[in-house]
Write a new protein. Structure first.
Lengths: 126, 543
């Protein structure tokens, strides 16, 4: 498949279990999970709280706040606001906390694989 | 206020007058087809490898792919269906769009980048990465084909009613002819352009759709002095029912319908990130970072669009009126076109109608290439020929599959025309959320997960979703059922998600803890490291 075989060759000799045990990788995994898991739980809870309110608290949702704009509409529009907000937050978090480590690990490993003389110095990759 | 002035304008929407614009509608649509065909031909010149055909050479940027995702996702059901639902049922229509949008956070946080880093062309690539190839790949391919089939059938059947509304063709033969034309065009796009051509069709369609909706939104808001409260008041007055501004008009009728809405909400929010045609789009960009950018773009575009539909829906209720909409050919779906006619006359109607056609075309093309890729790459190349087929043969098989699926879609569209198949879209989301999402999440995040867990979860989710819907009121036992006069329904909800999704998660866990075989820890390590760092991820194709 042309140049598609290339990436497989690159990773063929990498000991991924060794990489998995490095402190650097553990930090990356911890930073990723400690952001995405709580955030996923939070937005799902907030979404289902909203759905439950719309389903079972019609009276509350129908309270008019400003002109014809009621609580339900405000909470609904807030769902848009939080979705946009979490998106922007995640992007800035990834740019600052995840991408540099991921790029570091990737360059070290791939860099050594591409060593011209073919000597893979695995110890130095840590 | 200006409500009096507006109520005198309402009869100005004359449904009969819509037919006079048929030629104009067709002309604008033909222009769209001509322009996109030229682009598809130009894009196809570089289609050489399998990565070119399935993944557009991984050469799209995040913003291009994000726009294409919006084009793929904002189907006719989103545009016509949600605008109509808000126009008729008020607030409850808006609830839909929120679920459709919030769902993208699942894709952003948990799926997109990790999937881009570990897969190649299809969803099954990721699911079978560290498990036993054959059983997992077959299960993933079957669920991909099932979701694509349900979604495709719903789109093609919807095309029939859209034609009767937009082109004024009401006889069965005429509609069948138009369905054949739409299907044949779609086959040409996918056959010639592959993923690159399909993506460009989706990008152009998304821009036209969002621009058209933006113009109409600004227009409606301008009528009400850019005061949302005035618009809402006028919609409530036109409906003669202040409850259109509150939740509950559609889903609040009974305890069952409330539960049904919970079930739908669950399927929407968890299904989106597991739709195979959405997942496949993440392979068209060069890196995981671009995949992230794609989701960010699509969240902004889709969010913006759903905000527009809120204004358009209430605008249609206020300016056109629910009764006029319901009595028009196409019923609820006619709200957006009627509003366009009311605002901008035949020209705007023609534009919006052409966009609606382009929407069906683009969504169907995206589904077809996904199903063809899954068949050729998962079933043919990896299972039937056990990985021995070369890429050229694989792409050849994919192209033939496109023709077969296209013909099936045309036949399905003709015979399902006029049938009540709206539930198929909900079913597609429920199947995606139950058969695909648990295995995606487990295999990305749960070290211990095994082949048996994946197989139990995927088949369990697929079977329970389809069985529950078969024995639900959407198929039999109610006035609006697909099969009239029969009653074998025992499941009260029209959406199976609330049962099938937790069941599939449970089966995945149970299958794993009961599995005596352990998976290769080296493969698990490889998948985890690759998913987070992008080591060895598929690169863009150089030309």
């Amino acid at each position: 498949m042309g140049n598609e075989a290339q990436p497989q060759d690159v990773t063929a000799s990498v000991d991924f279990q060794e990489v998995q045990q490095t402190e650097r990788f553990k930090t990356l995994r911890k930073r990723h999970r400690s952001f995405v898991f709580p955030m996923a739980v939070a937005f799902l809870l907030w979404y289902f709280a909203y759905v439950l309110l719309a389903d079972y608290a019609v009276g509350f949702m129908s309270i008019k706040v400003w002109g014809n704009i009621n609580v339900g509409l405000i909470l609904g529009l807030l769902q848009f606001v939080t979705t946009f907000g979490i998106t922007a937050w995640y992007v800035s978090y990834s740019n600052r906390k995840l991408d540099p480590i991921a790029a570091g690990i990737r360059h070290e490993i791939e860099g050594h694989q591409f060593d011209k003389d073919g000597n893979v110095i695995r110890g130095a990759a840590k | 206020m200006n409500t009096n002035h507006i109520s005198t304008l309402v009869p100005a929407v004359n449904v009969a007058a819509l037919k006079d614009t048929t030629l104009l509608n067709m002309g604008i649509f033909a222009l769209f087809v001509a322009v996109t065909m030229v682009i598809v031909f130009r894009a196809s010149r570089n289609n050489k490898t399998a990565a070119d055909y399935y993944a557009a050479g991984r050469s799209f940027t995040g913003s291009q792919n994000g726009t294409a995702i919006a084009g793929d996702y904002l189907s006719a059901a989103s545009f016509l269906g949600i605008t109509g639902a808000i126009a008729i049922n008020g607030y409850d229509g808006f609830l839909y769009s929120i679920g459709f949008l919030v769902a993208w956070l699942v894709a952003l946080l948990l799926v997109a980048e990790l999937l881009r880093n570990t897969g190649k062309f299809t969803m099954a690539d990721v699911l079978s990465f560290r498990l036993r190839q054959r059983p997992v790949r077959i299960a993933a391919a079957l669920s991909t084909l099932a979701v694509c089939f349900f979604y495709l059938l719903a789109q093609m059947a919807g095309a029939g009613s859209l034609i009767s509304l937009l082109l004024g063709i009401s006889d069965w033969g005429g509609q069948a002819l138009v369905i054949i034309v739409v299907g044949a065009l779609m086959i040409m796009y996918v056959l010639i352009g592959g993923m690159k051509g399909t993506t460009w069709v989706q990008i152009i369609k998304a821009i036209l759709l969002i621009a058209g909706a933006a113009v109409m939104t600004a227009w409606v808001l301008a009528i009400y002095g850019f005061n949302l409260s005035n618009l809402l008041g006028s919609a409530a007055e036109a409906a003669n029912n202040p409850a259109v501004l509150n939740p509950g008009l559609q889903y609040g009728k009974t305890e069952t319908s409330k539960l049904d809405f919970m079930s739908l909400g669950l399927a929407l929010v968890l299904g989106t990130a597991a739709l195979p045609h959405v997942l496949m789009r993440f392979y068209t960009v060069p890196t995981a970072k671009e995949a992230r950018k794609s989701v960010v773009w699509s969240i902004w575009l889709i969010g913006l669009f759903y905000l527009f539909t809120l204004v358009l829906g209430y605008g249609a209720a206020a300016l056109v009126g629910a009764d006029t909409i319901k009595s028009a050919p196409g019923g609820v779906n006619s709200a957006a076109p009627l509003l366009a006619f009311h605002l901008g006359g035949p020209l705007l109607l023609g534009f919006i109608s052409a966009v609606a056609f382009a929407t069906i075309l683009a969504v169907v093309a995206g589904l077809t290439i996904t199903a063809a890729a899954s068949f050729a790459h998962d079933i043919y190349a990896n299972v039937i020929s056990k990985g021995k087929a070369d890429a050229t043969t694989e792409v050849k098989v994919a192209r033939r599959t496109v023709v077969v699926i296209g013909i099936l879609a045309i036949l399905g569209g003709i015979f399902a025309n006029g049938q009540n198949v709206a539930f198929l879209v909900a079913l597609a989301f429920a199947v995606a959320a139950s058969a695909n999402l648990p295995t995606i999440v487990y295999s990305l995040f749960w070290r211990r997960f095994t082949t048996q867990g994946a197989v139990w979860s995927m088949y369990g989710g697929l079977a329970s979703a389809i069985l529950l819907i078969t024995f639900s009121p959407v198929v039999s036992g109610a006035k609006t059922s697909m099969i009239q006069g029969a009653n074998f329904a025992f499941f009260p909800l029209s959406n199976p998600g609330i049962v099938s999704i937790p069941l599939a998660f449970l089966l995945g866990w149970l299958g794993t803890v009961l599995d005596k075989r352990l998976e290769d820890p080296a493969k698990q390590a490889e998948m985890e490291v690759r998913s987070l760092t992008g080591i060895g991820a598929e690169k863009a194709v150089d030309h």
